[in-house]
Design a protein around this ligand. Structure first.
Ligand code: PHE
Length: 511
């Protein structure tokens, strides 16, 4: 093979290896004048494919001290020696009386097990009592002291520094003692890593011997080179998609941020305005104005985080009175209301908002005249047990349309449009129930052949809109964000999104 067919980096690798049996990639990196490992490995894999170089890979095992191992190495004895000492030259001791130093009953039992296994002691039954009795080997051990081969290994590991003690060094002390230590829990941490060595093949050696030089190499063709015709004599670096290359992860937003930005974009393009609200709200705004009866199950402490010591909310008097009438009698809407005694004290309680419908109803109270198209994406709080699909904090995608002639079909069309712009073209609706809407819908989207429930929607009932003097239909929806994002990115555990796991975030693709 003519050396022109080798790239500059390949020639550099060959020159570095020439005259050596083998070298580690790290050595080639340092001695060959490379700046990055990927250059070395990319060139090496090219040379390998040309039959000029071999890449040997082996797994190297090393050991570090685990918790117990550190303790024993520090104390200078293994627990079985501690117990051996506790029995001492007396030669026998009742097992129940053995509490060597700080050792627990269980640790003493384990130590006794090892003493038996090593032939240092045996257990005798005498008059219903268990006695630990030291054997001749045990006595010998007592004389010789605590420094068994196992302890020698532990000490060597302890002073081996960060890389740990290699398997071969540990075996030099005693392969048998090492094997014994490895059967015990919490003593040694085992680390395995790939070690690569590079060496020239016979063909490689031959080529290197025939003389290799490192000349200029072109990685990018320029207009000047084409115009001047220089390209004809130039050496070009070949391109190979199979060579080593580092994964590149550009800066990017967190998946939730990314999704929220997208949602915002979609609604803004559809002519909506974004609204925001506070996390801390009153029962009045979060529930009462939405015609949720005060004894509704969703209100009880199962679902709602009530705020202790946050004081009691001020209520707008006229509105509170209208809401009271609505709950008690249905006011002038033709409804019968809930027929119970509405409590102002209950309505004044403060809570962490349980849904962002509180944002839209507050907005409506200030903008009762049409048209109105607003949305929000915000956090809500519910007392949920945490698992892979539930968190006590999550986001809702909320919105309303209020205008003359707003209809059920518009609501369905809007939600379908939104999801299809999010990349979920299949949407279906099921009848549902919310105290504040009629009709009420459950929204489901299909992904990977599965339907998943994503939220609710409906048209606000007159009992909700009448106290504000709203005269036109209000289409409303409140949809889940996290589940949608989980499907999109194939995330199986919702908590993953809140761990701040940078590695994971880097690798997770954007929508
Ligand atoms: N607020 C409801 C929820 O939290 C969703 C919803 C919003 C339903 C608006 C109907 C209308 O589940």
């Amino acid at each position: 093979m003519a050396h022109q067919e080798l790239s500059r980096n390949e020639r550099k690798v060959m020159l570095t290896l020439h005259g050596k049996n083998a070298a580690s990639p790290e050595e080639v990196l340092a001695k060959g004048g490379f700046s990055q490992m990927v250059e070395v490995m990319s060139a090496a894999s090219w040379l390998k494919s040309k039959g000029l170089l071999d890449i040997h890979e082996k797994i190297e095992t090393s050991y570090q001290l685990d918790k117990e191992g550190r303790e024993y190495a520090g104390r200078g004895e293994l627990p079985e020696f501690t117990v051996l000492k506790a029995i001492g030259h007396a030669g026998k001791k009742e097992v129940s009386e053995l509490h060597a130093g700080e050792m627990s009953r269980e640790q003493v039992q384990i130590a006794l097990g090892w003493m038996k296994r090593k032939g240092w002691a045996s257990i005798l039954k005498e008059g219903g009592k268990s006695l630990a009795s030291i054997t001749d080997d045990g006595k010998k051990r007592l004389e010789e002291g605590a420094l068994t081969e196992e302890l020698q290994i532990l000490k060597a590991v302890g002073s081996a520094g960060e890389g740990g003690l290699s398997e071969s060094d540990a075996k030099k002390i005693s392969a048998h003692a090492l094997a014994l230590l490895l059967t015990r829990k919490g003593i040694l941490k085992v680390r395995e890593r790939y070690v690569r060595t590079l060496s020239l093949t016979d063909a490689g050696v031959e080529l290197a011997a025939s003389g290799i030089s490192v000349g200029e190499e072109i990685t990018q063709l320029s207009p000047e080179m084409i115009q001047s015709g220089k390209w004809k004599d130039a050496e070009f670096r070949p391109y190979d998609v199979h060579t080593f290359a580092p994964a590149m992860h550009g800066g990017k937003a967190h998946v939730l941020r990314e999704a929220i930005a997208r949602i915002r974009d979609i609604f803004l393009h559809m002519g909506f305005t974004e609204i925001r609200g506070d996390y801390i709200e009153s029962c009045f705004w979060n529930m009462d104005v939405l015609f949720i009866p005060q004894d509704h199950p969703a209100r009880d402490a199962q679902d709602t985080f009530y705020m202790k010591g946050a004081g009691s909310a001020e209520l707008p008097a006229a509105l509170a009175e209208a809401v009271r009438r609505m709950h008690e009698t249905g006011g002038d809407t033709g409804s019968e209301g809930w027929k119970y005694k509405w409590s102002e004290a209950e309505a004044r309680k403060k809570l962490l908002r349980t849904h962002t419908t509180v944002n839209t109803i507050r907005y409506l109270s200030e903008h009762p005249d049409p048209p109105c198209k607003v949305f929000s994406v915000g956090k809500v709080f519910r007392r949920e047990a945490i698992d892979n699909k539930h968190l006590p904090e999550f986001h809702q995608i909320e919105g309303i349309v209020m205008e003359e002639g707003a209809s059920f079909r518009m609501l369905i069309g809007l939600i379908k449009e939104f999801y299809s712009r999010m990349g979920f073209p299949e949407v279906r609706f099921r009848p549902s129930y919310f105290p504040y809407t009629e009709p009420s819908l459950e929204v489901e989207v299909r992904f990977n052949n599965k339907w998943m429930e994503l939220g609710g929607a409906g048209i606000f009932r007159p009992e909700v809109t009448a106290p504000f003097g709203i005269k036109h239909p209000v289409l409303a929806w409140g949809l889940g964000l996290e589940r949608l994002v989980m499907k999109r990115y194939a995330i199986s555990d919702m908590r993953q999104m809140y761990l701040g796991d940078l590695e994971w975030m880097k690798k997770t693709a954007i929508l």
